[in-house]
Ligand binder design. Structure first.
Ligand code: SF4
Length: 85
């Protein structure tokens, strides 16, 4: 299971950090950052992190983000499909 953080959408409100400091932190540039050694940076400035457990605070961070900048990779695929119809 992969969590995606779209850096360009992030406005640095800090809500994800508040509910899920285990996985998120704010950088000096005022953007959220996914913690962990398994982070990969893709071409469009997204951050990706493979995790095994879909439960827990990450889901809270997804729901609290005002910019919808955090989502599971499967949700993004679904969103793209919906945009095409
Ligand atoms: S909740 Fe969303 S907009 Fe706010 S810091 Fe986290 S990723 Fe950025």
């Amino acid at each position: 299971m992969k969590i995606i953080l779209e850096k360009l959408k992030c406005i640095g409100c800090g809500s994800c950090v508040s509910v899920c400091p285990q996985y998120f932190e704010l950088t000096e540039q005022g953007k959220s950052h996914l913690k962990g050694k398994k982070i990969n940076f893709s071409d469009n400035n997204n951050e990706e992190l493979e995790i095994n457990d879909k439960k827990g605070c990450i889901q809270e961070a997804i729901e609290i983000c005002p910019m919808q900048a955090i989502y599971w990779e499967t949700q993004n695929a679904k969103r793209k499909t919906q945009n095409l119809s």
